[in-house]
Design a protein around this ligand. Structure first.
Ligand code: ADP
Length: 160
């Protein structure tokens, strides 16, 4: 059976931290679905379609990676897609505590889905989408924090 993993997140925007986790996970899974969570209650800076377009550009030459979005429970989405694994990245012990709670609840909801965590490389530990967003909003150059394929000037955010 194919090993399919879902990498869920807000990706507002997608950073080199996210990219690093996905590229490394390619050696573990046959397919990875990067799934942007579409939460009607949570306002984003980049609209959903823009976030998906950015990520698709990064992985346009990688047929084993697809980009999608979902609403509702992540585990329900995984089941719909036939994915047995939920991929997440860990930067700090705070990430660990947050992820532990979610993964344990997900396990209780759907026992056959395994959460898999990859520790970020040290250089990516301090990178998070909130800081990158703040730099962009304030007119700074955040290009070193996003994948080379993403030219931030091509995308427009919305004030939240
Ligand atoms: P969420 O809104 O679910 O936190 P994010 O887009 O912030 O979504 O993150 C998605 C996943 O990527 C999470 O598992 C998060 O821990 C991980 N992640 C975010 N930034 C980094 C980074 N710099 N290095 C490694 N993993 C990261």
């Amino acid at each position: 059976m194919k090993k399919i993993a879902v990498f869920p997140g807000s990706f507002d925007p997608f950073t080199i931290g996210h990219e690093g986790i996905v590229r490394r996970a390619l050696s573990l899974f046959d397919e990875i679905i990067i799934a942007v969570g579409a939460n009607a209650l949570k306002k984003s800076y980049y609209p959903l379609e823009v976030r998906k377009a950015m990520i698709s550009k990064v992985f346009k030459d990688e047929p084993r990676i697809t980009v999608d979005h979902y609403e509702g429970l992540t585990v329900d989405y995984c089941r719909d897609k036939g994915a047995g694994y939920l991929l997440r990245g860990l930067r700090t012990s705070a990430d660990f505590e947050f992820e532990r709670a979610i993964a344990q609840v997900n396990k209780a909801l759907v026992s056959e889905i395994e959460s898999v965590f990859l520790l970020t490389v040290p250089e990516h530990t301090s990178i998070n989408s909130t800081i990158v967003r703040d730099i962009i909003r304030s007119g700074g150059d955040a290009s070193i924090f996003v994948p080379a394929a993403i030219n931030l000037k091509d995308y427009k955010g919305e004030e939240i």
